[in-house]
Design a protein around this ligand. Structure first.
Ligand SMILES: O=C(O)CCC(=O)N[C@@H](CCC(=O)O)C(=O)O
Ligand SMILES: [Zn+2]
Length: 343
């Protein structure tokens, strides 16, 4: 078993035979890194050396099962670490989120897992499904990992978007409450090719908000491109992201810089939920993310309610009329600036 894992088959085995990982496995690589597998798709690496690593990094992917490019990136990184071609400098936890949804090439099986964090998995009496159980398991894995050692905490939850986007790569910066946005993090994201940032202004039940709020982690939902089936991604489009992540986990001090003028900062202006069965978007299905509209344009409607652009230049992000009733069907964003930044 250890041999199979060390040959780089972790994700394949997790998907093909999850029962192999019903009990935990621990072993040490030739370079001394300790490998812990606590469940299918959950693997962490602890660097064993006298001077303790100063970053604890969570990389998650496949929280939506059909968002394959980030899964391929993380699978490659895990393979590289297990086979010794990548030597870590910091402790890293990899989470392959929704394995059953990957198998059916869908966003989710029963319920959108990225609405089930911060305890939402346990709300709604008697409601249990695989996604709820997994969301709790992922939360527990993040908690154990962050609490297992000192160091600044990071969580990049890697996704791809359903629609094409005018700004192909972008990240959601979860609502920070009283904390200050980090210029170093914006620089890291820019090094990944992510130069469009959406500032969320409210609490959510997403995975990145969970790590940000509960663990004061630098945490982001990172959208690296468009959803495509396994094997159909042009991996050249993800090379910058893969290189920057590799530097982050292998270099003691990786500190890229950024000129703020190179970034497009937006803030979320409206979070529009679907409240009724009949919910309609007033633009074409192939309208890309970040398409903007003049003030007063009707963007969506449902019986008794119209949702309009409140400002000139208000743009749509993540429109989806088919979400479950009560869930977010559309974000609108407006250009913004970041005046106060940490280094
Ligand atoms: O393209 C879409 O409509 C969805 C892409 C996606 O999965 N986005 C995340 C964003 C999470 C966040 O707001 O931080 C999601 O909807 O879960
Ligand atoms: Zn997603």
């Amino acid at each position: 078993m250890q041999e199979l894992i060390e040959s780089g088959q972790f994700l394949t085995l997790s998907r093909r035979d999850p029962s192999l990982f019903e009990r935990s496995h621990q072993f040490t690589l030739a370079n001394g890194t300790l490998v812990s597998i606590t469940a299918p798709g959950i693997i962490s690496f602890s660097v064993q050396r006298a001077s303790k690593p100063n970053k604890r990094i969570v990389l998650s992917c496949g929280v939506h099962g059909n968002e394959t490019a980030p899964i391929e990136i993380c699978d490659d990184l895990v393979k590289g670490i297990l086979t010794g071609s990548i030597t870590l400098t910091h402790d890293v936890l990899f989470l392959f989120g929704n394995l059953p949804a990957m198998d059916i090439a869908e966003r989710f099986v029963e319920e959108n897992m990225n609405r089930l964090f911060s305890g939402a998995h346990s709300k709604g009496e008697g409601l249990v499904n695989a996604e709820r159980v997994r969301a709790k398991q992922l939360e527990d894995a993040v908690a154990s990992f962050f609490e297992a050692g000192e160091g600044t905490r990071y969580h990049y939850d890697l996704h791809t978007a359903i629609r094409a986007s005018k700004n192909e790569k972008f990240a959601v910066y979860p609502y920070l409450h009283d904390r200050v946005h980090s210029k170093g993090q914006l620089a890291f994201l820019a090094a990944c090719g992510v130069k469009t940032i959406l500032l969320s202004e409210s609490s959510t039940t997403t995975f990145s908000y969970f790590s940000s709020y509960q663990y004061n982690a630098h945490a982001f939902t990172v959208e690296l491109g468009k959803v495509r089936p396994f094997g159909q991604n042009d991996m050249r489009r993800f090379e910058d992201a893969k290189q920057a992540i590799t530097k982050l986990i292998t270099q003691t001090e990786y500190a890229p810089t950024v000129d703020m003028d190179d970034l497009d900062i937006y803030r979320v202006n409206q979070v529009i939920n679907r409240n009724e069965e009949q919910f309609t978007l007033h633009f074409d299905d192939d309208t890309p993310n970040f398409t903007d509209y003049p003030k007063g344009t009707v963007l969506a409607s449902e019986p008794g309610k119209e949702y309009v652009a409140e400002q000139d230049g208000e743009a749509i992000v993540f429109p989806n009329a088919k979400v479950a009733i009560g869930q977010r069907a559309l974000l609108t964003v407006v250009p913004s600036t970041l005046d106060k930044l940490d280094v």
